[in-house]
Design a protein around this ligand. Structure first.
Ligand code: ZN
Length: 224
């Protein structure tokens, strides 16, 4: 058993991945809906806070940064800290393969503040937006969308604007200035583990951005 403190401050204990989780993580349908990850989190959380029998609703209650932190730690305790990202250059004239070594222990972790709700006054409209955090329930709703955009990711965190519930147009009709201010306000209070890696293609210099957990070698290093 491996004890950790989550970015939210909650203590937890994890167990290593087994063949049961490997099966979940290779099921394309369960991966697409997010069900595979939720089931893996539930299986491997030996304890969470003072609970030892962790339910699915408690897994979904976890903040997004805690959930990603657990995934990274599960990879580390099961397969080790070291991995090599295999990144294909997005430049269609190049498509070069870049191998980028990563030590997962080095990924920066940001603790969440104790507050769970925040307000942001939009610079152009003067409206006051109240927003919260992304959690497993909201991630599940985003996964069900045909294509989750940055705007939808922001919208799902908004509790109300000047006291009124948001609707689909709330973010898309917001001025660029207001939208950027809100995005900055949301990013400024976010916690979790930074899994974005920025590099440049060794062959053509094209910038490449990737997520560590999106790499095939994250859970299946031999798949390379
Ligand atoms: Zn390239």
């Amino acid at each position: 058993m491996y004890p950790f403190t989550l970015p939210s401050g909650l203590p937890c204990a994890l167990r290593e991945l087994t063949g049961a989780e490997e099966e979940l993580l290779t099921n394309a349908k369960l991966l697409r809906t997010g069900e595979a990850i939720n089931q893996v989190l539930r299986n491997c959380l030996v304890s969470l806070g003072d609970k030892t029998d962790v339910s699915m609703s408690e897994v979904l209650d976890l903040l997004a940064g805690d959930r990603l932190f657990i995934l990274v730690k599960l990879r580390q305790i099961s397969l080790g800290d070291e991995m090599t990202l295999r990144l294909t250059c997005p430049n269609t004239n190049c498509q070069g393969i870049n191998l980028v070594p990563i030590n997962l222990e080095d990924l920066p972790v940001t603790p969440y503040p104790t507050e769970r709700e925040f307000t942001c006054t939009l610079p152009s409209s003067g409206q006051v937006v109240r927003f919260g955090y992304l959690d497993g329930h909201k991630e599940k709703r985003l996964a069900a969308l045909p294509e989750a955009t940055i705007a939808q990711g922001m919208l799902i965190r908004i509790l109300d604007i000047d006291g009124t519930a948001p609707n689909k147009k709330t973010v898309t009709e917001m001025s660029l200035k207001d939208c950027q201010a809100l995005r900055q306000a949301m990013l400024a209070v976010d916690g979790g583990v930074e899994t974005t890696v920025d590099t440049t293609c060794e062959q053509c210099g094209q910038p490449i951005r990737a997520r560590v957990e999106g790499d095939a070698g994250f859970f299946f290093p031999s798949g390379h």
